[in-house]
Design a protein around this ligand. Structure first.
Ligand code: KE4
Length: 432
């Protein structure tokens, strides 16, 4: 079944005249899969419909925010109601503390948050706070982890930085990344070595508790707890970048799921329900160093925007009042990943945690770190991607991204996805 894309093609040509690459975020341009992106007209539940009328089961979910699916009535109503009172005031509104209190109720140990407008801003601010709190400059990150387009983090970053084959971006001064130390994911010895070589100089270790920007790489047993112990010994802060995992892996995110407490946590995506929201948070002691309570400057015209706060609160209220939400979400995701694993057996492997998953063309080898991810066959991934898109399954257009299962994905969606994968992998095997 070949879908028609005339309108998307025309819109993409027009967009490329006024937007770099025709998009506002690189991975959306479909460059790594060698296709043109469908332009989306609307979303409903687990489906999106493009401007040519093609209907897809959506596993991008706006890259994670839409854990309840598109156009959820309660979230839509909350946004319309807030917007009807004005879009922004640049002044305190009750909705900011309402969402912050809700987050602190859901996340053990979270005492205070600051809202910003993106995950990138959250990471940038958390790094500044960690450096101020420890009076140290160096930061350890992991190859293949992506923490937004913060200058100091664009070193062997994942996601779009990896997809575009540009692990390090031009325009980032060497002086800025001189304090960024690179470790290997799932390799505590690589961290210990860096801490030893930079004794007393490391402000923080920042980590994606599940690496979801080089596909989906779970933390191996003891890895996160090991980072906690190494930070305690070195006097460094542990930052969990939970922009993807926050409020997705559990109410308390990865901290709850893996039983490891970070000193600072960054959030995004789910807490905005599709509106531009990021946040960073931690203990009151640390967070009260942030202006105007303390000296660490950070600001934002639209931070805590009332409409965005209403959207995030509506989504978290639904989740937090549903005791079985995460169990059901994980069960739904397990049905999908088990079906995909059967369909791709012998050609690809499926890795996942909770409602995050990735189909890796790694010749059957597990993907434990950046080097393993880089070894994957991206041409084979592209053929798989195109085949699934043609069958109405909308996946992230890169081997180095996750698929996101939402509460809106039905049994019918999952069965259709598994059937599409069966056909696609059958075709790939025939052509092999
Ligand atoms: P934003 O600035 O894009 O809101 O968040 C940056 C960010 C920070 N930390 C983690 C762990 C992230 O995954 C992200 C952004 N995720 C990507 C998807 N892998 C966003 C998609 C895009 O760049 O268009």
């Amino acid at each position: 079944m070949s879908l028609t894309h005339e309108t998307s093609h025309r819109l993409f040509a027009e967009a490329r005249q006024v937007l770099p690459g025709g998009v506002d975020s690189p991975v959306r341009a479909y460059q790594s899969v060698g296709l043109e992106p469908p332009f989306i007209a609307r979303g409903e539940g687990s489906h999106i419909i493009d401007v040519d009328g093609n209907d897809y089961v959506d596993y991008v979910d706006s890259w994670g925010p839409l854990i309840l699916g598109h156009n959820h009535p309660a979230i839509r109503e909350a946004v319309i109601s807030a917007a009807s009172r004005g879009l922004s005031f640049g002044a305190p509104v009750a909705g900011e503390a309402d969402l912050a209190k809700l987050m602190c109720r859901m996340v053990p140990g979270l005492e205070m948050v600051r809202f910003v407008n993106s995950g990138t801003e959250a990471v940038m601010s958390a790094l500044r706070l960690a450096r101020a709190a420890t009076r140290r400059d160096k930061v350890i990150k992991f190859e293949g982890c992506y923490h937004g387009h913060v200058d100091s983090m664009l070193v062997k970053a994942g996601s779009g930085a990896l997809t575009g084959g540009v692990p390090n971006s031009p325009g980032v001064p060497a002086a800025v990344t001189a304090d960024t130390l690179l470790a290997t994911y799932n390799d505590l010895a690589s961290v210990e070595r860096l801490l030893g070589e930079n004794e007393g100089q490391v402000a923080a270790i920042i980590v994606e508790p599940v690496a979801a920007n080089m596909g989906v790489v779970p933390p191996e047993a003891g890895f996160l707890a090991g980072l906690r112990a190494l930070c305690d010994k070195a006097g460094s802060l542990l930052i969990f970048d939970e922009v993807i995992t926050g409020f997705r892996l559990a109410a308390g995110g990865a901290q709850e799921r893996f039983g490891v407490r970070a000193d600072l946590v960054t959030y995004g995506k789910v807490i905005g329900a599709g509106m531009p929201v990021g946040a960073y948070g931690g203990s009151r002691k640390l967070m009260e160093l942030v202006a105007p309570a303390g000296p660490v400057y950070q600001a934002g015209t639209l931070s805590g925007n009332p409409v965005a706060m209403a959207a995030g609160a509506a989504q978290l209220e639904i989740i937090s009042s549903d005791a079985g939400f995460y169990d059901r979400l994980d069960e739904r995701a397990a049905r999908l990943t088990q079906g995909l694993a059967r369909a791709c057996a012998g050609t690809a492997v499926v890795q996942g945690v909770g409602s995050l998953a990735c189909v890796y063309f790694s010749a059957g080898a597990p993907v434990r770190c950046y080097a393993d991810a880089l070894a994957c066959d991206t041409d084979a991934f592209s053929a798989y991607f195109a085949g699934m898109l043609d069958r109405g399954v909308y996946l992230a257009p890169s081997q180095f991204e996750a698929l996101f299962v939402s509460a809106s994905h039905s049994d019918a969606d999952i069965d259709a996805t598994i059937n599409a994968a069966r056909e696609v992998f059958g075709g790939l095997r025939e052509r092999a």
